[in-house]
Design a protein around this ligand. Structure first.
Ligand code: GDP
Ligand code: IMO
Ligand code: MG
Length: 436
């Protein structure tokens, strides 16, 4: 029994939802430890497609307990909407299989408004946020004026702090942004309406997880976003506001860092990014459009077209090392089926110098020109293949190269969005779908 952490290696949307759903089959708990409703994790089961934002991607498995850890920022309206949508599709959810940390911060209407106003007032360096209030909510958490789930359950305290916060925010909205003030009474009434509905889900999730781990339960920690969007190690300032790498686990769910037994890094067979910021291998031509269309690369949360490009080994090496990834899961290999040639950036040229270093200076990264190595394509559909050995030689050569270059074994290859379109080799605890 072990604690497994699933992390996105690139800029998000690597297919974490699919991988978590597969691994969840053998898990007792699936835990989100950072991010919030900015995430969009897709799980396809037959003809059914589920897009999860706040609720962990283990929820489709009866018997799995899902946990929203203290590091997550929770928008109650979105939380209940997601529960209602899942219930309407026959998924059972109640306080027995979904737990929310009493220490999780609440996203409030002023966070969403601030997110939008800040974004529209930036003349340069717009971040292209998801508009879910994520940045402002984490700002308030760090500024020690945030409201937590525990506060919601404490009516006098909540009313008092909420009124004070709305008053402060209104100064910003009116005096700085020249916008409208929010009505504190209306916000309060809305959140008071959430209180009793929230109560059955709330507990000390850190203790729950510590005890589960001590009792030998199988725990799966589900990262949201990706390492290159991490607030410290990502392409700052074009990042999200939480720790979306494996370093976020202990602070985000209360399991001691030493308890994590293995890290699964999920990466796409090519690169995508949604929102602003550097992306050295982005293809701004017809090739990029082709990848977007073949990969159906549109944001699962905002529907925005994702920027697409070739696989970036410099960026992925940086991420794999940072997370100490044990096992790689490569997704969307099938999207490359039709290509005659595919390319991998093996180094960057930055200001005339060749380097394999992923620069912290966002301008240097913006200027980085990828140095490519070309690979032959396989030019036949692979979506029906279930063993690595049966893949076309060119596809195997591509995977072998990634595996060797990242010095990490690839134990899962995804060749389609459905659960069974997966080649699993070496991940014994999810046997069943691979035929391997
Ligand atoms: P996440 O945020 O990391 O969970 O990823 P998203 O759900 O935002 O984006 C991944 C998209 O790719 C979803 O639409 C998945 O259904 C889809 N997907 C996942 N794996 C594969 C795959 O191997 N092949 C194809 N064609 N689509 C996949
Ligand atoms: P999943 O979990 C891809 C991006 C936004 C924007 C930046 C900051 O589905 O992989 P934010 O709203 O977080 O303040 O936006 O981060 N972003 C994501 N990109 N996948 C995600 O989540 C993302 N969550 C945030 O597009 O560039
Ligand atoms: Mg996503």
């Amino acid at each position: 029994m072990a604690v497994t952490c699933v992390i996105g290696v690139q800029w998000g949307d690597e297919g974490k939802g699919k991988v978590v759903d597969l691994l969840a089959r053998r898990s007792d708990f699936v835990v989100r430890f950072q991010g919030g409703g900015n995430a969009g994790h897709t799980v396809v089961v037959g003809r059914e497609k589920y897009v999860l934002h706040l609720i962990p991607s283990g929820v489709l498995h009866p018997g799995v307990r899902c946990v929203i850890g203290n590091g997550v920022v929770v928008d109650p309206a979105q939380f209940f909407q997601e529960i209602a949508d899942l219930r309407a599709r026959g998924i059972a959810i109640d306080g027995g299989n979904l737990h929310v940390s009493e220490r999780a911060h609440l996203v409030l209407p002023y966070h969403k408004l601030q997110d939008r106003l800040a974004e529209s007032s930036r003349s340069r360096e717009k971040l292209g946020t998801t508009g879910r209030g994520i940045g402002p909510c984490y700002m308030d958490k760090a500024a020690r004026v945030g409201l937590r789930v525990a506060d919601l359950l404490n009516p006098p305290r909540f009313a008092d702090r909420l009124r004070a916060n709305v008053e402060e925010k209104n100064k910003l909205f009116t005096a700085v942004y020249g916008g409208e003030a929010l009505d504190a009474a209306a916000v309060l009434a809305e959140y008071e309406g959430h209180r009793e509905r929230m109560r059955p889900f709330v507990c000390d999730t850190a203790r729950l997880l510590q005890e589960a781990s001590e009792a030998g339960k199988e725990l799966l920690l589900e990262g949201a976003q990706g390492t290159l969007l991490d607030v410290d190690f990502g392409t700052y300032p074009f990042v999200t506001s939480s720790h979306s790498d494996a370093g976020g686990v202990a602070a985000g769910c209360g399991l001691p860092a030493r308890r994590v037994d293995r890290v699964v890094g999920v990466l796409k067979a090519y690169t995508t990014r949604v929102g602003s910021g550097p992306c050295p291998t982005e293809l701004k031509d017809a090739q990029g459009v082709d990848l977007r269309e073949k990969g159906e690369e549109y944001g699962a949360t905002t529907g925005r077209p994702r920027r697409c490009g070739w696989f970036d080994l410099v960026a992925c090496r940086y991420s794999v090392r940072l997370n100490d990834v044990d096992v790689l899961a490569v997704t969307k290999l099938d999207v490359l089926d039709h290509l005659e040639t595919l390319r991998v950036a093996v180094a960057y040229e930055v200001r005339g110098e060749r380097t394999d270093h992923f620069p912290a200076d966002v301008d240097a990264l913006e200027e980085a020109r990828p140095v490519y190595r070309d690979f032959a394509g396989w030019r036949r559909p692979i979506g029906g293949i279930r063993r690595r050995v049966d893949l076309p030689a060119a596809a195997r050569a591509y995977l072998d190269f990634l595996e060797e270059s990242l010095e990490t074994p690839i134990q899962l290859v995804s060749v389609g969005s459905e659960r069974d379109q997966t080649i699993v080799e070496g991940l014994p605890w999810i046997s069943g779908s691979s035929g391997a």
